[in-house]
Design a protein around this ligand. Structure first.
Ligand SMILES: NC(=O)c1ccc[n+]([C@@H]2O[C@H](COP(=O)([O-])OP(=O)(O)OC[C@H]3O[C@@H](n4cnc5c(N)ncnc54)[C@H](O)[C@@H]3O)[C@@H](O)[C@H]2O)c1
Length: 273
């Protein structure tokens, strides 16, 4: 595999499973060393072991991204281990499916704190570190000559439109598109690229849960909800975790140096805006 990320140091949240794990393995495959961050330290350690087997360095790190103090501790651990951070991928997230009128304050807080607050404060903490790493003469001039960092956030096709049965999730993912644009503007003087992806239907533990919950609400059997989604995808198949990881790797590489503030749909053509 082309080594586009040789000598880069990446932090991936949610890297214990699903798409985040595939992203971590893909970045390692392209030459990056990794901090594998997840609320589930056992799965983070499994991903880290696979990265070590690829011949890259890896540190498993437990973090609850809904907790800003834990985010800072993750950044401190990353810097202590590797000395710098070049790439951040915010893949950690939780889903929520339920009728609008059944939404509770606790459910709203859980989803918005993890997805939107977590992404925002990971961007802030890692962005601060990326800016500190820029040579002072360039930083003080506020006009960086090359890319000094890559940040990729995870929105969703649910962030593109309202969802009657996913109000908190859709709001959190719409908010991530806005935070991506705000951070891209804030970090543009330092040439730190901030972009996002919107996966469509990707079979993971999260999608299994969504399928079960949608089935419970609508009375459909297991697998029916995901099947009806896939029928509406122009490319007529679900995405794979590798489909998404490939686009994220592009956004982490020099091949996307002239892109910032963008949110790319990785969904087989489900959304086209
Ligand atoms: N699977 C899909 O079809 C799909 C579609 C659109 C968007 N997404 C987004 O992609 C991202 C990855 O989703 P996935 O399908 O791989 O989900 P997943 O549930 O399979 O994996 C999510 C990972 O995040 C971790 N995590 C959860 N809460 C955390 C927290 N508070 N702090 C740190 N880690 C935490 C989990 O332990 C898990 O390892 C999410 O942001 C999700 O919203 C997924």
């Amino acid at each position: 595999m082309e080594q586009r990320l040789a000598e880069k140091m990446a932090v991936v949240t949610g890297a214990g499973g699903g798409i985040g794990k595939a992203v971590a393995l893909r970045l390692a495959g392209e030459g990056a060393d990794l901090v594998v961050a997840d609320i589930n330290v056992q799965t983070a350690e499994q991903t880290a072991d696979q990265i070590l087997a690829l011949g890259r360095r890896a540190l498993a790190c437990r973090v609850d991204v809904a907790n800003v103090a834990e985010i800072q501790a993750m950044v401190d651990s990353a810097v202590a281990e590797f000395g710098r951070i070049d790439i951040l991928v915010n893949a950690a997230g939780v889903a929520q499916t339920g009728l609008f009128m059944a939404l509770t304050e606790q459910e709203w807080d859980r989803v918005v704190d993890t997805n939107l607050k977590g992404t925002t404060f990971c961007v802030q903490a890692v962005g601060r570190r990326m800016i500190e790493q820029i040579p002072s003469a360039i930083r003080d001039a506020g006009r960086a000559d090359r890319s000094y960092g890559k940040i990729v956030n995870f929105s969703s096709i649910s962030g593109r439109h309202g969802r009657a049965a996913q109000v908190a999730y859709a709001a959190s993912k719409a908010g991530i598109i806005s935070v991506t644009q705000s951070a891209a503007l804030a970090f543009a003087p330092y040439n730190i690229n901030v972009n996002a992806v919107c996966p469509g239907v990707v079979p993971t533990a999260m999608w299994e849960q969504i399928d079960r919950d949608r089935g419970r609400i609508s009375g459909r059997a297991a697998g029916e909800s995901i099947k009806s989604f896939i029928e509406r995808i122009p490319l007529k198949r679900a995405g794979t975790v590798e489909d998404v990881a490939g686009v994220v790797a592009f956004l982490c590489s020099a091949d996307s140096d002239y892109m910032t503030g963008q949110t790319l749909n990785v969904d087989g053509g489900f959304e086209m805006d």
